[in-house]
Design a protein around this ligand. Structure first.
Ligand code: IMP
Length: 216
């Protein structure tokens, strides 16, 4: 091996979401690390995410990816929105909050909405009678990193904010158009800022920075 060819460490990412892949590889820029999605490795792994905590579900995904890849180091995340007025819902069910309104054939609601929009509409309905000072919420992200030898690292990040009264902004995904981070003093939702601005304060960004500190 020449000096220029540093040893490569391949990390399997238990996601196929391009947004997450670029955010993770930018944040964990250790020399020689190379991130590969399950799809890039030709692996199909969709374990049941049936734990009732973010950490439990991230652990299920990381363990399954490690096993399916024949023992590569594996990184998984699980995230969601906790709304105080709804006792922490939708929580670990964030991705499928309005699932019962979705037609299995089309993947859309009867009005033609995809799941993310249906989730937002349902949240607005549930919050219709909740006053300003009770609309507090947070996004949570838990990362689980399992090394080749089985050593496990867990990192958590949050972002505090409030739920709005209508959807604002076209950036981001999921509940971003309804979420006003405290950092923006109620002026902008997470869907009204660039990806870079979001990453600097987001739950996933904070969890990645915590994991980086732990591994440094
Ligand atoms: P997962 O971690 O990809 O399973 O995400 C769970 C769900 O939580 C997503 O489908 C979204 O509904 C929601 N969620 C997680 N992170 C975000 C975010 O950064 N913005 C908006 N919604 C999010």
């Amino acid at each position: 091996m020449t000096e220029r060819q540093a040893a490569v460490r391949t990390i399997v990412l238990a996601t196929n979401n391009a947004h997450k892949v670029s955010e993770i590889s930018t944040a964990l820029n250790f020399e020689g690390w190379e991130f590969k999605t399950l799809r890039e490795l030709g692996i199909h792994s969709e374990p049941d995410e049936d734990a009732n905590t973010f950490e439990g579900n991230a652990l299920i995904k990381a363990m399954a990816a490690r096993e399916a890849s024949g023992g590569l180091a594996a990184l998984a995340d699980d995230s969601g929105l906790e709304v105080d007025a709804l006792d922490g819902a939708p929580g670990v069910y964030s991705a499928r909050y309005a699932e019962d309104e979705i037609d299995a054939q089309t993947g859309l609601t009867a009005e033609g909405l995809p799941i993310d929009s249906a989730n937002n509409k349902k949240l607005l309905r549930e919050m219709a009678d909740v006053p300003d000072d009770k609309r507090t919420a947070r996004f949570v992200c838990t990362l689980v990193f399992i090394e080749e030898d089985g050593a496990k690292h867990v990192a958590r990040g949050t972002i505090e904010g409030r739920i709005g009264y209508d959807e604002r902004g076209d950036e981001g995904f999921g509940y971003d158009p309804l979420f006003y981070p405290d950092e923006f003093h109620g002026e902008k939702t997470l869907a009204e800022v660039s990806q870079t601005e979001k990453n600097a304060i987001s739950h996933r960004g904070n969890a990645l920075r915590a994991l980086k500190r732990e591994l440094d």
